[in-house]
Design a protein around this ligand. Sequence first.
Ligand SMILES: *[C@@H]1O[C@H](CO)[C@@H](O)[C@H](O)[C@H]1NC(C)=O
Ligand SMILES: *[C@@H]1O[C@H](CO)[C@@H](O)[C@H](O)[C@H]1NC(C)=O
Length: 496
Amino acid sequence: MRPPARRRAPPALLPLLTCSLAFALASEEVKKEATQSKNLEESDISREHGIDLKEIVFVIQSQSNAFHAQRAEQSKNSILKQSAALAQELPQVLLLHELSKQEGAWTILPLLPHFSVTYSRNSSWIFFCEEETRIQVPKLLETLRRYDPSKEWFLGKALHDEESTIIHHYAFSENPSVFKYPDFAAGWALSLPLVNKLTKRLKRESLKSDFTIDLKHEIALYVWDRGDGPALTAVPELCTDSVDARCATTGRSSLPLCGNPVKKEDIFVAVKTCKKFHGDRIPIVKQTWAGQASRIEYYSDHADSSIPTVDLGVPNTDRGHCGKTFAILERFLNLSHDKIAWLVIVDDDTLISIPRLRRLLSCYDADGPVLLGERYGYGLGTGGYSYVTGGGGMVFSREAVRRLLGGQCRCHSNDAPDDMVLGMCSSGLGVPVTHSPLFHQARPVDYPEAYLSHQVPVSFHKHWNIDPVKAYVTWLAPGEEDEAGPETRKGRKDEL
Ligand SMILES: *[C@@H]1O[C@H](CO)[C@@H](O)[C@H](O)[C@H]1NC(C)=O
Ligand SMILES: *[C@@H]1O[C@H](CO)[C@@H](O)[C@H](O)[C@H]1NC(C)=O
């Protein structure tokens, strides 16, 4: 997807400017809030709050895709097993994808009323984590006991922006580092009094956000409520790496491998370009990752034999590319002489690692309908849909392409946003969007270093104000991770 501001209804810039001004004014408030909550924390630390394990409701941010559901199940079993060993009454461990059929359930806020109604009488905390988060239950219990559960708490491992970034609508542009938001991989928690308060607010006013882009930032903004709600309290025991012996959690978004990597020949790469970028972007694709792909085609509005490009006969559009993308999907099915399992569609300014993609795809069922990438949402507070944002790369299994083209799904215009149209169609056609945090719609500098440091990224997007070759070499070029021998791989698997 292109910058969110441009997707909004015109006049797009006005709300954005008003927003950042308000954020700038509010940043003083954040500092005040942060100090207050720190004082609160210190005064509370001395006291222990003897909550029982059963007062924690664990919510794993799971997905319905079979691979992810299985990882979440393993995580659930680990929590339950550790709890049983403590000889305490077992806590509730919920899988997000089983809680609600609502498309927007993954954005969590729509489910808060459910948590409030079901658990406010008998529980103290909702603890959220990812399927990859490893939890030491006794240590987590000890950690949560330091915070008075009758108060409003928003706990997590704090991330902050180093520069203002488009994925956060340039929030806090005066001083982006003042605003803290939780790294989901480390786990994060809401006390029930806070869940109840947020629920009241959700009932009073429906969720306004149109785009869901970076959920962790958006949730933190919603909770903070311009100073009317708590800022995130950073909890040192919630970790992503395990260097600190105090850690109650660790979380990494490592690159999974299930069996052998998918063969090069089983991935068809489609690069969307147009005449005006043949000279500057395509050479960078060729200089960096194109050599890793065994089947790659460049689709343009102009035939150029030096690349070579395929002219799909769809006129170029400044944005959207719906017509072009649907022609690519059709062509992929038409190439029926050899049934290539996977299709990945990227922009000419996408940077991607094909060896990592090959490993990742080994965990997905090529015969099922898979649509994979970085998940965004549109209008999820009020119905809406999820979609794979195009710039980070959209990955399709052949079955997904077959279903998407077999249904009524079409572009209403050549310049409709391709990724959003596909998202709108997908769930109705039985092609759920599967999220992987390893794909990125923006540049490496748009994400906090502390966040990227526990990832093995698969893609980034956009050349704006960066040296794309350098970004590729730093973040995506084959390194130790990619050459890990069977021993290391086995080690990783055993960690599960
Ligand atoms: C709290 O109430 C919910 C809903 O009735 C129930 O499912 C859950 O088991 C209860 N938890 C405890 C600790 O009693
Ligand atoms: C795919 O094949 C159909 C039927 O042969 C043809 O009409 C269509 O133009 C082809 N599409 C592309 C993009 O090659």
